[in-house]
Design a protein around this ligand. Structure first.
Ligand SMILES: Nc1ncnc2c1ncn2[C@@H]1O[C@H](COP(=O)(O)OP(=O)(O)OP(=O)(O)O)[C@@H](O)[C@H]1O
Ligand SMILES: [Mg+2]
Length: 318
C-alpha cells in the first residue's frame, strides 16, 4: 500500500475514534446535577410556575475534559428534550469572548441566539434584546465555556456587571434561564467573590488524576481503545508503570491521557502495525512536544521528574 493511503486511512480511523465519548465515573455527578436542573425547570414550565433558575459550574485544569463533557451533556439533553415533546426549547453554548466586557458578552450571546447586531448599541439595549430572544426561543440553558476569562480581561467593574447580568437572567420573573459555566480553576475564584451567583450554582470539579491511583484505570482505557482501534496491545503497554507514565505525560489530566493514547494509535496506523507498543508512545510524544529523549516520560526510568507541560525541552540548549 502506498504511504499516502496509509495517511488517509489513519486520519479516517482516528476521526471515528475521536467521535467516541468515554463515560468516566467523574461524568456521573455532572450529568446527575444537570438533569435535576433540567427537570425542575421543565416541571415549572409545564405547571406555568416560575421560580429562579439554577446553574452549574464545572472547574478543572486545562485538558481535564470539561468542554468535551459539557458538549456531550448538552447534546444528550437536547435529544432528550426533543424526545419528550420539548423540541421547541433551546440550549445555547458559547465561549466567553475577549475582552469580556458586558457589551461584548451580550453581543456574542445575541449572535449565538441568531441575532447578530452591530457594536454601535448601548449595553443595556443589547441585553434587553438578549432577554427578549432568550424568551422567544425558549432557551433553558446558556453555557459559557472558558468562564475564567470573565475575570482575566477588563476591570473588576466589568466582571461585576457581567456576573450581575447573569444573576438577572437566572432570576428573570418571566423566563429564568439556567447558566452553565465551565472553566479552569480561576472560575472558582470568580464564584468565591460573588456569593449571590455562587449560591445559585451547583458545582462540580474535575480533579487531576494521580499516577499511582489511576495507572490501572488508564490501562483499562488503553485496552478498550485498542479494541475499538483493532490493534493488539503489546505487553510493554500493559504494564502498570506504562499506565502511570501515560497519566504523568498527560500532566495528570484525563482528556490529555485520551489524546496521548489516540496519538499513539495514530502512530501505529501510520507505521502499518497491527499492534500497539511503547515506541508508538515515545514517537508520538516526541512529535507532540519536540522534547529530547531525556525529557520523554515514555523513555526515561525516572519519568516523574519530567515536567509534562513543557515543550521543546533539550539536554543542551545551544
Ligand atoms: N470523556 C471523554 N471522552 C473522549 N475524549 C475526551 C473526553 N474528555 C476529553 N476528551 C479529549 O480530551 C481533549 C481535551 O479535553 P477538553 O477540551 O474537554 O479539555 P478542557 O478541560 O476543556 O481543557 P481547556 O481548559 O484547555 O479548555 C478533547 O479534545 C477530547 O479529545
Ligand atoms: Mg475547554
Amino acid at each position: 500500500m502506498m504511504k499516502i493511503d496509509l495517511v488517509t486511512q489513519a486520519a479516517q480511523r482516528i476521526a471515528s475514534l475521536k467521535g467516541h465519548f468515554v463515560h468516566h465515573e467523574r461524568f456521573v455527578p455532572l450529568a446527575e446535577g444537570f438533569s435535576i436542573l433540567a427537570e425542575k425547570r421543565l416541571v415549572d414550565i409545564q405547571s406555568g410556575r416560575t421560580s429562579e433558575a439554577q446553574g452549574l459550574a464545572l472547574s478543572g485544569h486545562s485538558g481535564a475534559g470539561k468542554s468535551a463533557a459539557i458538549t456531550h451533556l448538552l447534546a444528550m439533553e437536547s435529544q432528550r428534550l426533543a424526545e419528550h415533546g420539548h423540541g421547541d426549547t433551546t440550549i445555547v453554548s458559547l465561549r466567553v469572548p475577549s475582552p469580556a466586557t458586558l457589551k461584548f458578552v451580550g453581543q456574542m450571546l445575541l449572535r449565538a441566539l441568531g441575532y447578530p447586531i452591530g457594536a454601535d448599541r448601548h449595553a443595556w439595549y443589547i441585553w434587553d434584546l438578549v432577554q427578549h430572544h432568550l424568551r422567544e426561543r425558549r432557551v433553558l440553558f446558556v453555557h459559557l465555556d472558558e468562564a475564567q476569562d470573565l475575570a482575566s480581561r477588563g476591570t473588576k467593574h466589568e466582571l461585576d456587571s457581567v456576573t450581575s447580568m447573569l444573576k438577572t437572567l437566572m432570576t428573570d420573573p418571566e423566563w429564568p434561564v439556567g447558566i452553565i459555566l465551565s472553566g479552569t480553576n480561576e472560575l472558582e475564584d470568580i464564584l468565591n467573590h460573588d456569593y449571590q451567583l455562587a449560591r445559585r450554582m451547583k458545582t462540580v470539579r474535575f480533579e487531576s488524576l494521580s499516577p499511582a491511583a489511576y495507572g490501572d484505570e488508564i490501562l483499562d482505557l488503553l485496552d478498550s481503545y485498542c479494541e475499538r482501534a483493532g490493534l493488539e496491545p503489546e505487553d510493554d503497554v500493559l504494564e502498570l508503570s506504562h499506565g502511570e507514565r501515560v497519566v504523568h505525560a498527560a500532566a495528570n489530566q484525563f482528556g490529555i491521557a485520551i489524546v496521548l493514547i489516540l496519538d499513539a494509535i495514530e502512530d501505529a496506523y501510520l507505521q502499518g502495525q497491527k499492534t500497539l507498543n511503547r515506541h508508538n508512545f515515545i514517537r508520538s510524544y516526541y512529535r507532540r512536544t519536540s522534547c529530547d529523549a531525556e525529557f520523554n516520560p515514555f523513555v526515561v526510568p525516572d519519568f516523574m521528574r519530567i515536567d509534562a507541560r513543557q515543550v521543546f525541552s533539550r539536554e543542551n540548549r545551544t
